[in-house]
Each structure stands twice: as structure tokens, then as C-alpha cells.
Design a protein around this ligand. Structure first.
Ligand code: NAG
Length: 283
């Protein structure tokens, strides 16, 4: 724990609870007008057509936090489309925490792809189906990132827990501030059934929608003392800072992983003939 406090004191952080205005919190970064912020900043839509996709990124960089976003994915025949929603730092040794939604033919399920990069190295894919139709309504996709865990959640249900196992030699994202990024793009060379199903451009434009962004987080800033500490984020009764998957959450996560997980790198012995990555075998 001392290491974390030292880090916080050296990094100039401010805790903020930011309750979603997309104008305030995000910049549209590409798509030439295809990304829009209607409804006074309460909604953001990305669209994709044959010429281009679109994307946005957060104005702030975060170092730990609980970040919620409600997303309604491209409905109908979304085969070939990918909606990426992730946190990432910059540079060749960057850290990254990914949600990626791979579209499908009407009536066929989306694939939710997750990954964690530390020090520029990923290869930690886990994929899921969802237990609801993610195109019919908004659902909340959350990343809880604190010094002990990166927990992926869907509507409050933990689906994946990447633990801090630095003491066992596994790198953990903990000192590179990350921005939030999202984009909607075409990946029909691989996304749907390994590229067999192509994007049907007669259905374009494809649209994904975002609302109710909430970041309970430490924001990295270039000036000022550590307000993260004094505002209580690393303190005892601050919810997200010390949060782990509790016993109810463990049960839910087991249920998801048993019934909805379709790929887990930790079970892919063929891919790692030298042996599975160390975090896979640490109980
Ligand atoms: C699309 O649906 C098919 C059939 O259910 C399934 O095999 C596939 O994994 C689904 N997802 C993607 C992204 O192809």
C-alpha cells in the first residue's frame, strides 16, 4: 500500500465525480460529422458508413476510478462492425483495458471481447456472449480500476477480475494515466465469424448510442497537490478504491463465466505451448 500512496502523492490527482455531459467530458476525434452530441450533451451517437467510422475520447486522463457508460449497440444486421470502448495510456509500453463489441447478423449474438494490456503487452483475451440483447436498450458497462483490481462489469455484474499479482511478477496497470476512448468502425475482415460474414452496407449508416457517463475517479492533472488523498479516495470507506468482487459478485461472475464465456486465454493451452501466463495459475 505504501507504494500506492507514494505514487498518488507524486502524481497530482484530483478526485472527481463526473456525471455525464458529453460536451464537458469528451472530444469527438474523428468521423467528419458522423459522431454527434444531441440532446444538450446527454447523448452521444457514433455512426459508421462505407466511407468512415467515428470516435471520441475523454478530455481527462484517469488514474484509477469507477467508470460507467451506458451503451446501446448497433441494432439489426451489425455483422462486421466493431464498437470499441476502452481505457488506454500512450506509448509503446502503454496499459489498456478493453471492451470490444463484435456485431453479428440479425438475431445472432454479439461477442463481447475483453483484454488487459500492461506495459504494452496484451494477449489476455476473454470473450463472452451477453444474457440480453444489447441492441434493444442501453446497458451499463463499467470498469472498476483500483490498485488491487481491474474489474469488468455489465449492469453491475462482474464478468472478469484482473487482480494485482505484481508480487508474483505479473505487471499491473497502476502508474500510467489513461484516457477513455470509443469508436465504431468496420472490421469485416475478421470480426464476424472470423471474417466470413461481411458488412452489409445497404444497412448503413450503423449507429451506436451512449448516455449516462459517470466517472468516480482520480483525474491526473498537471498542477496542484494530491487532492486524491485528501478527498478520501485511498481512504477506508471510499467505495471503489478498496472494492473487490464480494461473495454475491463471485457467484454472479461464476454464473457468467460458466454460461456465457466463449473464450478464455487461460484455457488456451495450444496458444501457450511454453505454459500459460503466470496469472492463469495463481489461485
Ligand atoms: C455470431 O453468431 C454466430 C452464430 O451463433 C456465432 O458463432 C458467432 O460467435 C457470433 N459472433 C460473432 C462476432 O461472429
Amino acid at each position: 500500500m505504501k507504494g500506492f500512496l507514494f505514487l498518488l502523492l507524486t502524481c497530482s490527482l484530483v478526485v472527481v465525480a463526473s456525471a455525464g455531459n458529453f460536451y464537458q467530458d469528451f472530444d469527438i476525434t474523428w468521423g467528419d460529422g458522423r459522431a454527434k452530441i444531441p440532446d444538450n450533451g446527454h447523448l452521444l451517437t457514433l455512426s459508421l458508413d462505407k466511407a468512415s467510422g467515428s470516435g471520441f475520447q475523454s478530455k481527462s486522463e484517469y488514474l484509477f476510478g469507477k467508470i460507467d457508460m451506458q451503451i446501446k449497440l448497433v441494432p439489426g444486421n451489425s455483422a462486421g462492425t466493431v464498437t470499441a470502448y476502452y481505457l488506454s495510456s500512450q506509448g509503446p509500453t502503454h496499459d489498456e483495458i478493453d471492451f470490444e463489441f463484435l456485431g453479428n447478423l440479425s438475431g445472432d449474438p454479439y461477442t463481447l471481447h475483453t483484454n488487459v494490456f500492461t506495459q504494452g503487452k496484451g494477449n489476455r483475451e476473454m470473450q463472452f456472449k451477453l444474457w440480453f440483447d444489447p441492441t434493444e436498450d442501453f446497458h451499463t458497462y463499467s470498469i472498476l480500476w483500483n490498485p488491487g483490481h481491474v474489474i469488468f462489469m455489465v449492469d453491475g455484474t462482474p464478468i472478469r477480475d484482473f487482480r494485482n499479482l505484481e508480487s508474483k511478477g505479473v505487471a499491473f496497470p497502476k502508474d500510467q494515466p489513461m484516457r477513455i476512448y470509443s469508436s465504431l468502425w468496420d472490421a469485416d475482415d475478421w470480426a464476424t465469424r472470423g471474417g466470413l460474414v461481411k458488412t452489409d452496407w445497404s444497412k448503413a449508416p450503423f449507429v451506436a448510442s451512449y448516455r449516462n457517463f459517470k466517472a468516480d475517479a482520480c483525474v491526473a492533472s498537471s498542477s496542484g497537490a494530491s487532492k486524491c488523498a485528501s478527498n478520501g479516495a485511498p481512504g477506508s470507506n471510499n467505495g471503489w478504491w478498496n472494492q473487490e468482487v464480494d461473495s454475491t459478485g463471485q457467484e454472479r461472475m461464476k454464473w457468467v463465466q460458466k454460461n456465457y464465456m466463449i473464450y478464455n486465454y487461460c484455457n488456451d493451452f495450444k496458444r501457450f505451448p511454453q505454459g500459460l501466463p503466470p496469472e492463469c495459475s495463481i489461485a
